[in-house]
Design a protein around this ligand. Structure first.
Ligand code: ADP
Ligand code: NI
Length: 214
């Protein structure tokens, strides 16, 4: 089992190592640590499945591949190349499948492993790390850090957002501040609450400084 983890680490480092959109190796490693934290409190789920899914969860991301299909092929060929029985392999794959669903589509998480990995990934979008990733992502896309005329505290219309007229501060209202109620596990909910508070404090300070207040 240990060898499989080492192989997954190496594969992910090669695939994502140079990404600067917030999906680099360190993101993966933090998601694994968050997952470990949740798993050790929840005392449920198979750690090997969780660890493998955490390590591999961004491999099929459409942002990192020519197409979503190409990403899934990459993941599948890796899973086939290592020594896993087919049940274990399909549990890891289905965990990643549920975690990587984006946007409006709702999907039932059907295992505690998937719940933990999804919580761990979402936690890395919150708190101090989440703030840093948001501005790194926005900068890479050429978005302004904040644009008061465009985004009135989250009241930007969806059409404006789809036009790409977003700012990094607006991303807090579009997504980050909505995450804490979406946590699956109790421990992740608690961690999310703390990180949420930190982001609220950050935003208060940000607006004070923006408006020239002491
Ligand atoms: P993941 O796949 O790891 O859950 P995403 O691919 O959705 O995360 O985003 C990667 C990072 O970039 C996250 O921290 C996320 O909050 C941030 N991000 C995503 N979209 C935007 C955006 N429009 N503006 C600023 N930050 C963003
Ligand atoms: Ni991720």
């Amino acid at each position: 089992m240990r060898d499989n983890i080492a192989m997954a680490e190496e594969f992910v480092k090669t695939e994502l190592g140079k990404d600067s959109s917030g999906h680099d190796w360190h993101h993966i490693d933090r998601v694994r640590k968050n997952a470990r934290l949740i798993w050790s409190k929840e005392q449920q789920g198979d750690w090997f499945i969780i660890e493998m899914a955490a390590l591999l969860h961004d491999i099929p991301d459409d942002k990192l591949n020519e197409s979503e299909e190409a990403g899934w092929l990459k993941l599948d060929s890796f899973l086939q190349s290592i020594q896993l029985d087919s049940e274990t392999s399909s549990r890891i794959r289905s965990c990643i499948e549920t975690v990587s669903y984006k946007g409006g589509r709702m999907i039932e998480l059907d295992s505690i492993e998937a719940e933990i990995v999804q919580d761990a990934d979402r936690l890395d979008a919150l708190g101090a790390i989440g703030i840093a990733r948001t501005f790194a992502f926005g900068g890479k896309k050429g978005h302004p850090i904040y644009e008061p005329d465009l985004n009135i505290r989250g009241e930007m219309t969806l059409a404006e957002y789809r036009n790409g007229d977003s700012s990094s501060v607006n991303h807090f209202y579009e997504k980050l501040l909505k995450l804490k109620v979406k946590m699956n596990t109790d421990h992740a909910r608690q961690l999310a609450e703390e990180r949420h508070q930190f982001m609220e404090t950050f935003l208060d300070q940000f607006y004070s400084e923006w408006n020239g207040k002491a």
